[in-house]
Each structure stands twice: as structure tokens, then as C-alpha cells.
Design a protein around this ligand. Sequence first.
Ligand code: ARG
Length: 587
Amino acid sequence: MASLYKNLIAKKLARTILSNYQHGGLQEIEAAIQSLVKVAPVRKEKIRDSQFTVSLSQLTKCLRGHIVNLDQIQTDGNLDVKIDHDLIHFKTEPAKLAQAVLQDVKVNHINYGYMGRTNGSQKHVCVEFSSPNVAKPFHVGHLRSTIIGNVISNFYEAAGHRVKRINWIGDWGTQFGLVSLGLMRFGDVELLKQDPLLELFNVYVKINQAVAAECGTNSESMSPTYQEGMALFSKLEKGDEHMMTIWRMIRDLSLQELNKMYQRLGVHFTHILSESEYHNRTQEILERLSQKDLLLYDSDGVGYVETEIKGVGRATVVKSDGSSLYLTRDIASALDRQEKFSFDHVHYVVEQGQKAHFIKLVSILQKLGVPWANSSIDDIHVRFGRVNGMSTREGNVVFLRDVLDEARTRVRDTMLKKTSTRASQDDMEKTADVIGVASIILQDLKANRVADYTFSWERMLNLKADSGVFVQYCHARLNSMMTNCGVQPSDDIDISCIVKDDALMNIVLHLARYPEVFEYSLDSLEPHHVVQYLFKLCHFINAAYTSCPVKGEPQDLAQARLFTFECAKQVLQNCLLLLGLKPLDVI
Ligand code: ARG
């Protein structure tokens, strides 16, 4: 079934029906028609179909019984309608279709694909992502969260919703006791100033090794070093001045480093919230839970809530000494955020290993009457799989910045080898960095997010297919072709010139699908649909680039082709920006 023209045809059919019946909203009818066609957002087969069929009985059902009078469904300028018993066949001439699609891209420009997506109601959405711990290394799970959360925020914003991008910094918890102790025992102030990330990491490793050596196969709480760390944390919880100074230093140094990385990745937040701001809100949470009769205590004085969920059971909310837990701080912050912002949707972009934690959190928030907590858990906890084998030339990876640096070096080496490289020596580093980042991001986003994937430098930097390098080269090459073709763009174009160009019609039909692919990706919170769409668009552009030249062709044909390429470039740019990437004009 041709689902390609779903949007286009749904709009036209909706208008025809509306003009005859004057009931229901246009969008409601459009949505009804669209729902009749199940979309496979990225299909492998060649798409040349320009027909579309709707069953009349299904349509009547979707319009909740409004009768559609067949005699009054008329043909409009772009669309032929034929009625055959229960079936309504729509057909459009390729030239008219091309005209409609390209015009749509041109008129909507940077907003093509995103118009009317709020369906008249703008939502207030919270996307919490990245959320690293500052006394522990930033690991690849945080990188995935950063990339996926940023893109999901971009999706909502493109669709016209209001988004709060929250980074929830893990700056409280027992690890601070241990790292502070590590700094006292092994820390080197000079090294800490020179490279805070490296020194904090070394200290973290050494202190954990000391704990492991002492406790052997017993639980870590048996280790004297661990106990000493816990005692320091307890001092910190009580507000001890000296401990607070160390804590602040670790936090500030780590945040400075994190900010450098976010800048490089092109990621931003609207709010930085910290676990530390909520550790002393425990009493308040306990009171709210007691008011609803939810708080229970075990014989050791540990406070918990019974989730009544099979396999999940109790959710501990307070330790026997009255101190908070990761879960307690999450509850406190969620309630606070809801009071301040009153969200319609909340998404926590966190690795799937924390599934049980989020089931507990959402269950408690439901019991406390937070409205968004009634959405499905899969919608709230946006999970993702693991990355295997991420390593640099030197061996196992420790820091994200090493991976970013290596990506930049590898891209720069490729650029130096290529004779077509036009970027100046000065620009080369910057350009290579942008391409390296794009490659890391697209490798991460190209498959279903819950799937684990294996990191591969070769695949990630493949010039010929489906990588960040590939799409950036496609964009730059298109840009250079357009500026050097010697043809002036015109407003008066006879688009029928391109219908015989299979390669260009493939582009047109692909462009027509962008709105529905975007919508599908947003609804499922699965950026890979847009990524796969982007790769396919680049393949179509590359194919057309060789078979349908612009330079040296008769004026009419050259202009019609150029116009098609311009629209392709627009959608390519829209995809790149949506995915948080910077389109490069010159490489
Ligand atoms: N800082 C946590 C960690 O690294 C992730 C936080 C996820 N978000 C949340 N609201 N619990 O494990």
C-alpha cells in the first residue's frame, strides 16, 4: 500500500469532505484518514507508486459514523478520485505531485515536516537527560543519555512544544565520602589543577582498589577504608565545613569539564538540578507519604513504600539513620518540578539497567497523585541499551574526550588524504571535530535505542554509507555543486521536466515522506527512523547527483533539477539540525 502521500492526500480528502459536510475539524478528519494507513516509516523497496486507496466503510467508521456521500467527493486539481464499490482510489500525476511536494518544502523551509504537529495543543514536556555523577567517571551510558535526550528535546521543540531540558547532576551519595578520602590519601593538588578529570579518576580507582583489597569476597562494608569513607560522607550530610569545601571543589571541577564536553557535542540544558539540593528534603517526603498512609518501617527502622508490583516489591525511601537515598532525592525533585512547571509529559532518558528504580519512582508518584505518572512506564523511562567495545588506539577508553579527540584525528587524516578537501588548514581541525561528533552521534542513533551495539571506528567513519562522515560529505558536495553549476534559481519552473528522471523522482517522493517519518519518530521516541530516513535521502541525492547533472543542461531542465536539489538540501539540513548536527558547507 502506498503510504507515501498519506499526508498530502489526507489533507486533500479532508478538505473535500469538509467543504461538503461542514462538520468536525479539518485536523480530526485528516487524522482519521491517516490512521487508515499503517506506515512503515523507512521502507527498503523502490517507491514509485502514486496511488492510494481508502475503504469507504473504514473511512465512515473513522469519522465516527458521519456518512460520506461519494457523489460529492470531487476531484481537485492535483488528484483524481475514482470510486469502485467500497473503495475510493486516488491517483495523482507525477508532475503535479512533484510540484505540490517541492512547493511545500520551499514554502515551509526550515519548518518543513514540523508544521501543525501540536494539533492545536502545545504540551509542556520535561526531558531529563545526561545526568552524570560528579565523583564517578562519566561513562558511555551517560553519553548515550546525552545524545538521545538532546535529540528527543529537539523533536518536541521542532513540533512546537515547550521543553524543559533538565540535567540532574548526581552530586550526592556515599561515593563522595570515598572520593574525598581518596583525595586526602592519594590526591596531588598540582595534577588536580592540570587535569582535574584525570586526577579525580585516578583517585577514584585507587580508593576503590583499596576497598576491594581489604574486603576480598566479603561485602565492601567490611572494609575499614570503606567505613572511613562512610564516616566522611556522614560528616558531609551534617554540613561539616571542611567536607563541604572538598565536596564543592570536586563538584565545580567536574562541572567545568562536563561543560566543555557538552559544548563540543552541541548539547544544552535549560536547567541544571542537583541531587544535593534535595538530600535534606527527606522529612518533607516522609510526611507526604505518611499523610497518604504509604509509609511503612521494617524492624531495623528502614522506611519503605510497598509498590504492590510483582517482582518489584518494596521501595526503600529512608535509611535507619534518617538519611536519604537516590530514590528519595528523585521523588523530592519530581514533586518539586511538578509544582514549579506542571508538566504534561516527563521523560527520563536513562540506561535500561535502572528499570527497577524507575518503576518504583513512578509507582510512588502515582500514589502521590502526580498526573503524568499515569503514562506508560516505557514512555516515562526512555531506556537504551549498552555499547560494547568502545576503545581508542591506546586501548580501553576512559574518557569521552579521548574518543572525541580520536574521532577528530581520524577524520583529519582522511581529509588530508582526499584531493577534494577544500577546508583551509585552520578550519581543518574545527571541521574534523564537527564531522567526528556527527559520526559518534549518528552511530549511536542509527538503531533502535534499546538494542545494544558494538562500537566500530570503521563503520562510524565510513565515507561511503550511513555514517556522520557520509552525510556531512553529501551535504557539502551538494552545496558545492549548487554554487558552481552556473544556473540561477528561478521562481518560474516547469517541474514536469524532471518526471522522467527516476533518480530525482525518488528524491521527491522521499521528501514527501519526511513529515510522517518525523511524526512517527517523535511518537515512538525513536530517533533512528529519522536517521535511517536521512541516510536514504543521502543515497538518493548521491545517485541523482551523477545521473541528473545541472551544469550544461538546457535552461528549463537545469532549473527544474536545481530546484529539486535545493529542496533536497533543505530537508537534509532540517534532518541534521533536528539530530543536533551542524551542516557543513565546505569540507
Ligand atoms: N546519576 C545517575 C547515574 O549516573 C543517573 C540519574 C538518572 N536520573 C534520575 N532521575 N534518576 O546513575
